[in-house]
Ligand binder design. Structure first.
Ligand code: GTP
Ligand code: MG
Length: 242
């Protein structure tokens, strides 16, 4: 489609299974257990998004909604050095907001729209999508309300992706109770949080897991145009790499 682009992950293998990277005008999700590199990937994408399109970037700025306090400007500096971008400029090009609760997470999206209308933004990161919803809505009794609010939030993300030609990228957690959501189980039984509502919203879903030693494995679970591929990657000082 016109003016669409794909954002490189920093790993050639991973890009290959994504036909080049995460697509703009689309929503992409990575999910997996702790320390498999979700937040590190988000940092890497935030630098790569600033590279020219010929180099796997988006040629634009980044908005980041942080729900867990894990955004690190120091990591942006290190990753920018790898990609030969001025580290100070790299951080200036990332507008970072800390969300305090799920309602705030929703209102931040509206506030950010005033930046998106400038046409300068190419990536929106939400790390992580579900953390605050899981805190604010506890137990079965609140599940329906949670899913309804979540659905409204995800609708807004779709509109932003489409209207402003942005890559919407969010991280997600895995369910601690594997029985609850068997329909969306990965091959190894790990399931993302958020049920049908998130499953429906994410155009591309990638499951991350730990491999041998420092190795990590990304596996496509759902994609409109990529076959179910697997790729290995590592986390380095310069971000995600082969
Ligand atoms: P949760 O948010 O806890 O679910 O985990 P996550 O999937 O977001 O993991 P994260 O992206 O935070 O990855 C953590 C891993 O990245 C750890 O194994 C760290 O060792 C590694 N890591 C973080 N910073 C660096 C760095 O500067 N250099 C290297 N080589 N590894 C790093
Ligand atoms: Mg994280």
């Amino acid at each position: 489609r016109k003016s669409c682009f794909r954002l490189s992950t920093g790993s050639k293998q991973w890009d290959a299974i994504l036909n080049g990277g995460f697509e703009s005008r689309s929503i992409s999700e990575v999910y997996g257990e702790f320390r498999c590199g979700k937040t590190q990937l988000a940092h890497t994408l935030s630098v790569v998004a600033q590279l020219p399109r010929e180099e796997g970037g988006g040629g634009g700025k980044v908005a980041w909604i942080d729900t867990e306090g894990t955004f690190r400007p120091e990591r942006i500096v290190q990753i920018a050095e790898r990609f030969k971008i001025d580290p100070e400029v790299a951080n200036e090009n990332i507008i970072q907001c800390r969300a305090g609760n799920s309602e705030h997470q929703g209102s931040l999206i509206l506030e950010l729209s005033q930046y998106f209308v400038t046409g300068e933004y190419r990536l929106l990161v939400i790390d992580s999508l579900m953390a605050l919803y899981r805190i604010d809505f506890i137990g079965r009794g609140e599940l329906a309300e949670r899913q309804q609010k979540l659905g409204g939030f995800l609708d807004k993300l779709h509109k932003i992706a489409e209207e402003f030609n942005i890559v919407v990228f969010y991280t997600n957690q895995v369910q601690s109770d594997p029985g609850a959501n068997a329909l969306f189980a990965g091959a190894d039984g790990r399931k993302p949080v958020g049920g049908h509502v998130v499953a429906h919203a994410s155009t591309t879903r990638v499951l991350l897991r730990k491999g041998r030693g420092e190795e990590r494995v990304a596996k496509i679970q759902d994609s409109p145009d990529c076959p179910e591929g697997e790729a290995t990657y590592i986390i380095t000082t310069g971000g995600i790499n082969d």
